[in-house]
Ligand binder design. Structure first.
Ligand code: MN3
Length: 226
């Protein structure tokens, strides 16, 4: 009996590994401290936004896909066929993807102007960086209620600005203007209300001081090689 017990205990890690739910979905660490984007984006907003809002989307996504055919898919695969699944998948897959990307598109040493080939494309498309920022701000302000503003590379090679409601994004199969996200801005009130209250325009202006243009340029370069 004792030998059997010892055998069972020695096998326990393997038994647990076999029963563990396999998932391609990851809740990545925030790439900087909560206060890293101060004074432009405040630490309390970052902490609540990441550790409560984003985490809730992630956990609800795991629940929504558990036991379904998409339980072991990547987030990109889920988004590409999201119209086949209930709204809980759409909202939480979008919420998880959008926030994961958004955190990476900001940094403590961000701001300044677009770089490299992305800068050239922005200028040839919109006329100037300032003009681009104006258009992006217009899209972010014009989104009624909750949603996101995007800079997107279309499959035809065109660069365009769009906005989506709720947690929709340009990778979803049901979105009006599909493409690869290059830059995004969360315009839900939870993203700015503590510091800016109802002043979404001030929050958008502050965002330009923390934009991680290196990351945007990397996304742009990678999307062109597809
Ligand atoms: Mn948010």
């Amino acid at each position: 009996m004792r030998r059997l017990t010892l055998f069972f205990i020695s096998m326990l890690p393997f038994i647990l590994a076999a029963t563990e739910v396999k998932t391609m979905l990851h809740f990545e660490p925030l790439p900087y401290e909560y206060n890293a984007l101060e004074p432009h984006i405040d630490a309390q907003t970052m902490e609540i936004h990441y550790s409560r809002h984003h985490k809730a989307y992630f956990e609800n996504l795991l629940k929504a896909v558990a036991g379904t055919a998409i339980a072991d898919q990547t987030i990109a695969e889920i988004l590409a066929q999201v119209s086949k699944w209930p709204d809980a998948v759409r909202n939480n897959a979008g919420g998880h993807y959008n926030h994961t990307l958004f955190w990476k598109l900001m940094s403590a040493d961000g701001g300044g102007t677009p770089q490299g080939t992305l800068a050239e494309k922005i200028i040839s498309t919109f006329g100037s960086t300032e003009k681009f920022k104006e258009e992006f701000k217009k899209a972010a302000l014009g989104r009624f209620g909750s949603g996101w503003a995007w800079l997107v590379l279309g499959s035809d090679g065109s660069l365009f600005i769009s906005s989506t409601p709720n947690q929709d994004n340009p990778l979803m199969d049901k979105v009006d203007k599909p493409g690869t996200p290059i830059l995004c801005l969360d315009v839900w009130e939870h993203a700015y209300y503590l510091k800016f209250q109802n002043l979404r325009a001030s929050y958008i202006d502050a965002f330009w001081n923390v934009v991680n243009w290196r990351k945007a340029e990397a996304l742009f370069s990678a999307a062109q090689k597809k």
